[in-house]
Design a protein around this ligand. Structure first.
Ligand SMILES: [Zn+2]
Length: 469
């Protein structure tokens, strides 16, 4: 029989005959096998070889998928497998909408089934700051709460809030580790910082008053990189982040930071003159580099979104995460890249816009600089775990397969296998098969309805609001 295995193994050969499913699994350590890789031989007995615990974990996942299809008699086979990329990530935005520790663990459980090994946790944004910082208790007191919700069909003046204590975060990190997953926190700066600025106004140019935002968007209030006091506060915050996240990488955002205020801020303009910077974009490069140098001094590597490449002076040692790179700067730079292109990897847009096929066919060509792939879910318009699962699965799985598998099997085959295994994977909120690739004729209507339902104009929004989401 033909076996369905997701993510697809590097090599899978079928052998004559069958082996009893209840045979004990002989786990053998073998140093030649690459980290995270494994070799599985089923023929009268079951032998699983690997050189790391993760390798045994992944090998057992494959075996379990085979068992789910074969019942009592396992198809004899030999499988050799190891990952294409060392970084296979998914991102959850806990800032726009808050998800409980239990819900985050549920997402980790789902993702571990597909060999994701990095959970990128977006913890701060304009609409909420979700990580406890003990030195500045006002950040949680003020920054984790917003007074009103104006996100699609969620239109009300209710107070919305939530945050993770440092103990809860440690619990999530250790849970992820049990699933052979690292956790990379993102503390977004200098933009997407309204929640932080609301709590610590001195971080803003001119120290103006800012409110935690209650709707989606890009906002002009951003951190002032001209003032030395900004760095002091940010380093204090990052010190606490470093203490609870053992991973080598810290993500510091860097996306969508409008420079309007920097242009008229005396501190920012003085910094540009003093540091001989070309313009405000170069000031962002200076800012990101300063933070990265601090993190390096604490033994950490920095990740920033590709917007920081516009500065023209970003340090080579900073890892760049590509989300939208219209100018092709990721091609020209010499930084290491995490590829998560908006058009293929973002799962917060409808299937009509990013069908499963489009997610599956992502192939970043970046001159060998790609460290790995990532699929993010932004949650401006996702306020509960079931809908998050619907949006992420199966699109997350397409990215997982592309990140793991060196064996590029045709899309049609992948989709059939996934359908075969969907009961086995048992993801509660997963989208039904019919939604994975909506018929082309129906797509424009669904896309218009999506963008209509999130339109800033209330009348338009009401016309399109979808009560089911
Ligand atoms: Zn400033």
């Amino acid at each position: 029989m033909k076996l369905s295995i997701i993510p697809a193994p590097t090599v899978a050969g079928y052998l004559q005959g069958y082996t009893k499913a209840q045979e004990k699994v002989n786990e053998v350590y073998e140093s030649r096998i690459p980290p995270e890789g494994y070799s599985l031989h089923i023929e009268n007995s079951i032998t699983l070889k690997a050189s790391t615990k993760a390798g045994f974990f992944y090998g057992n996942q494959t075996l379990s998928q085979i068992k789910s299809q074969c019942g009592q008699n396992l198809q004899n086979c030999h499988i050799e497998d190891s990952p294409k990329y060392k970084y296979r990530g998914f991102m959850i935005d806990s800032a726009r909408h808050f998800f409980t520790v239990k819900e985050i663990k549920r997402m980790i459980d789902n993702c571990a089934k597909f060999r994701f090994n990095v959970f990128h946790w977006h913890l701060t944004d304009d609409q909420g700051w979700r990580i406890e910082i003990k030195k500045y208790p006002e950040i949680i007191k003020i920054g984790s709460v917003r007074y009103g919700n104006y996100f699609r069909n969620e239109q009300n003046e209710k107070i919305y809030g939530g945050y993770y204590t440092q103990e809860q975060i440690k619990e999530v990190v250790s849970y992820a580790h049990e699933n052979f997953m690292r956790v990379v926190p993102e503390i977004d700066m200098p933009g997407h910082t309204s929640a932080l600025l609301a709590a610590v106004p001195s971080l803003c140019c001119g120290g103006k008053e800012v409110k935690v935002k209650t709707s989606a968007g890009i906002f002009k209030d951003i951190v002032c990189p001209g003032k030395e006091s900004s760095y002091k506060i940010l380093f204090d915050i990052l010190d606490e982040v470093i203490n609870i996240f053992p991973d080598e990488y810290i993500h510091i955002g860097g996306d969508e930071a409008p420079k309007n205020q920097w242009k008229s801020c005396p501190d920012c303009q003085f910094k540009i003159l003093r540091e001989h910077l070309k313009d405000e974009e170069a000031l962002q490069g200076y800012f990101i580099n300063r933070i990265a140098e601090y993190l390096e001094s604490r033994g950490k590597k920095t990740v920033t979104w590709n917007d920081s490449l516009k500065s023209g002076n970003l340090k080579d040692s900073v890892t760049v995460q590509l989300w939208m790179d219209k100018k092709g700067l990721c091609n020209k730079c010499s930084n290491e890249i995490i590829a998560s292109d908006f058009y293929h990897c973002y799962t917060d847009y409808p299937y009509a816009m990013t069908p499963l096929k489009k997610a599956y066919e992502y192939e970043p060509e970046l001159n060998g600089k790609v460290m790995g792939l990532e699929t993010p879910v932004w949650t401006e318009y996702i306020s509960n775990i079931n809908y998050m699962e619907y949006m992420c699965f199966p699109r997350f799985i397409a990215t997982a397969q592309r990140a793991w598998s060196k064996n590029k099997i045709p899309y049609k085959e992948f989709k059939e296998q996934l359908y075969e295994l969907s009961e086995y994977f048992s993801i509660k909120g997963m989208a039904p098969y019919k939604d994975w690739d909506p018929p082309k004729a129906e797509r424009p209507k669904e896309i218009i309805s999506h963008f209509g339902s999130i339109a800033p104009n209330e009348k338009i929004r009401k016309l399109f609001s979808d009560k089911n989401k």
